[in-house]
Design a protein around this ligand. Structure first.
Ligand code: ADP
Length: 270
């Protein structure tokens, strides 16, 4: 197999013979490459905003007094770059926490409907400028077993992305409903869509369709990587249906074993 990377070693065998040992190190080499890429990406993502901030600081004269017009722009830009670094660091922490959570038990019932209500309020704040029409169709009974903070990250990342990547004024539909016996979450937008060639790489850390634009929206490039990890924890995966200039649907299924809907009957019995 040509894709395999083998490491060869000779070891003495008896008096006059050598034994050739071949070891398949493909996985190891790939992991090492991923680790290197990750460190390079993080460094790059942190260096860019820092360069902008130090650029402005160096521009300041010794007495620290900049002309008012420049000062306003400089503070605005420095604050937005600092925010960008903060978001990146927070999301890196979320990602590493999720990776550490692997063996955690899902003992808690997560009240997804009320979680979605909170996220809807946040989405409305985010939506002030864009004025998209956002609709939520949520089954008020549909709760699931899972990890609350993780699920919150997954739901909010997908909803906020729809707000960010849909030109104003767009239409965004959020659904959380039973389909058969499974719980299904869907976010559909009529935004810019994503070309097929990007789809398989979209959940990679730092992968973006349009780097410059995604940064302008404040994105860290880690959102969908977080969603992917969260869903894999919950035995699920992210599905994406998308068409350029038509829109996208991001969706996932939480299987019936995770559904914890409390029937009115059970509630009455206390
Ligand atoms: P980012 O922080 O850049 O938003 P994500 O991991 O959340 O990172 O998303 C990765 C990329 O996927 C984005 O940069 C964007 O190009 C694309 N993307 C995500 N959601 C949507 C959407 N609803 N419509 C179009 N493109 C999207």
């Amino acid at each position: 197999n040509q894709d395999k990377i083998l490491e060869y070693r000779f070891i003495p065998y008896g008096d006059k013979q050598l034994l050739l040992i071949a070891r398949d190190v493909t996985k190891f080499v790939q992991l090492e490459q991923m680790r290197r890429d990750f460190v390079a990406n993080v460094s790059h993502e942190l260096r860019t905003p820092l360069t902008v901030i130090s650029g402005y600081l160096e521009m300041a004269p010794d007495d620290g007094q900049l002309p008012a017009s420049v000062q306003q722009k400089a503070f605005k830009e420095m604050s937005s770059q600092a925010k960008r670094m903060q978001t990146l660091i927070e999301e890196l922490l979320v990602l590493s926490r999720i990776e550490a959570n692997v063996d955690q038990q899902f003992d808690n019932v997560v009240d997804v409907p009320s979680m979605l209500q909170t996220i809807a309020t946040e989405a409305n704040t985010l939506n002030r400028e864009k004025q998209h029409e956002i609709t939520f169709s949520v089954d008020p009974q549909l709760k699931v077993y899972g990890l609350e903070t993780e699920l919150r990250s997954a739901f909010s990342n997908l909803i906020f992305n729809a707000v960010h990547y849909t030109p104003a004024p767009g239409k965004i539909e959020v659904r959380w409903q039973l389909e058969g016996e499974d719980a299904v979450f869907r976010v559909r937008d009529n935004g810019e869509g994503i070309a097929a060639k990007h789809l398989s790489r979209l959940t990679e850390r730092f992968y973006r369709v349009d780097k410059a634009r995604s940064r302008r929206t404040g994105g860290s490039g880690l959102g969908l990587a977080i969603v992917k990890h969260v869903l894999s924890h919950h035995n699920s995966q992210l599905m994406i249906d998308s068409e350029v200039n038509v829109g996208s649907e991001f969706w996932f299924i939480l299987s019936s074993e995770l559904v914890a809907t409390v029937s009115p009957q059970t509630l009455k019995q206390g």
